[in-house]
Ligand binder design. Structure first.
Ligand code: SAM
Ligand code: SF4
Length: 329
């Protein structure tokens, strides 16, 4: 088991497959000028599979989520999903993607063993999409969403980040869009993880604001908090149900006390928190011939020292050096 000193157990592994991306969302990446990880630093498909296997067979990981950067850019993704699905015990396998390329890949990924996915969609306006993601790709994202549903990767989940003055008026429209198609929508508060360190608390659209905006058009009823478990989203029944909407108040309503996550970066570093300032290198020992036992021991130690919280609201908070795209969201 991956247990920390506060008794939390990590069972959910986020695997970043690349720091590259087909978009340049302003809350994540700069318009240009971000160095990529050099090729030799990246774990190969075989190395990724070996580490996932150690996590699942020896460390109690029951859920593996592929992310990035944009994981659909990784050519070996269907093979990585298939190798993960072949593990015993078989973990739940999910994906977080911007949806570009999903129209082609949803079927092969489902066939390889993918169970679920989250597609990021912040706006329904093509113009706003270009402002926010700096690429004219909204039609590709919408096609990807439809393909995921058609391939049976249901329920399709949608992640949305609202930015003040850009798309913060779109919460009700995004919810209506998702309700009409049977997608499950979750809003995520913007976190200080952008490469350019431009996050400002005053600019962040808070969970309270998101709920107020939704409540102007929908009747929301909060789920029993006892049902939440380690899920980061607070869930609300929409208009009496059965549909829900989620709000992830990472900054104003932190859920660190029930966090069950651990991250593996594309260059083989373990991060025990999105906001960790230290990492544990597994790539070097892996390439030097470490045994599964050695790797599991290093991994356990990395999680054991996890801090109680992300500290964003502390005066001494320091944003991690790596941006979200290189950590794995
Ligand atoms: N490229 C994929 C995507 O966009 O879904 C996967 C990686 S992305 C880093 C994962 C999630 O993190 C996305 O839903 C994205 O909106 C979210 N994200 C990125 N930067 C963020 C930030 N600064 N605050 C909150 N969420 C952020
Ligand atoms: Fe790319 Fe995802 Fe970051 Fe947007 S949020 S730039 S899609 S990694």
């Amino acid at each position: 088991m991956l247990t920390d000193s506060f008794g939390r157990v990590a069972t959910d592994l986020r695997v970043s497959l690349t720091d590259r991306c087909s978009l340049r969302c302003s809350y994540c990446m700069p318009a240009d000028g971000l160095d990529w990880l050099p090729g030799p630093a990246l774990l190969t498909d075989g190395e990724v599979t070996r580490l996932i296997s150690v996590a699942v067979r020896r460390l109690g990981i029951t859920e593996v989520r592929f992310t990035g950067g944009e994981p659909l850019l990784r050519r070996g993704l269907p093979g990585l999903v298939a190798a993960t699905a072949a593990l015993d015990p078989r973990p739940e396998i999910s994906l977080t993607t911007n949806g570009i390329g999903l129209a082609r890949l949803a079927g092969p990924l489902q066939a390889a063993g993918l169970d679920r996915l989250n597609v990021s969609l912040d706006t329904l306006s093509r113009e706003t999409f270009v402002t926010l993601a700096r690429r004219d790709r909204l039609p590709d994202v919408l096609a990807g969403l439809a393909a995921a549903a058609a391939a049976g990767l249901t329920p399709v989940k949608v992640n949305a980040v609202l930015l003040r003055g850009i798309n913060d008026h779109e919460a009700p429209a995004l919810l209506r869009f998702c309700l009409d198609r049977g997608y499950q929508l979750r809003f995520i508060e913007q976190m200080p993880l952008d490469a350019q360190h431009g996050w400002r608390r005053a600019d962040m659209v808070t969970a309270d604001e998101i709920l107020a905006s939704l409540s102007a058009e929908f009747t929301l009823t909060a789920d029993d908090p006892g049902l939440r478990g380690s899920a980061p989203a607070e869930r609300f029944l929409v208009a009496g149900g059965p549909a829900h909407v989620g709000v992830i108040g990472s900054v104003t309503r932190p859920f660190c006390g029930s966090c069950d996550r651990v991250r593996l970066t594309a260059d083989g570093q373990i991060r025990n928190c999105l906001f960790a300032t230290a990492e544990t290198d597994l790539r070097t020992p892996l390439r030097a011939g470490a045994s599964d036992d050695d790797l599991a021991a290093l991994w356990r130690r990395a999680v054991a020292v996890k801090l109680p919280g992300h500290g964003i609201n502390d005066p001494g908070f320091l944003q991690p050096a790596r941006p979200m795209s290189a950590i794995g969201g």
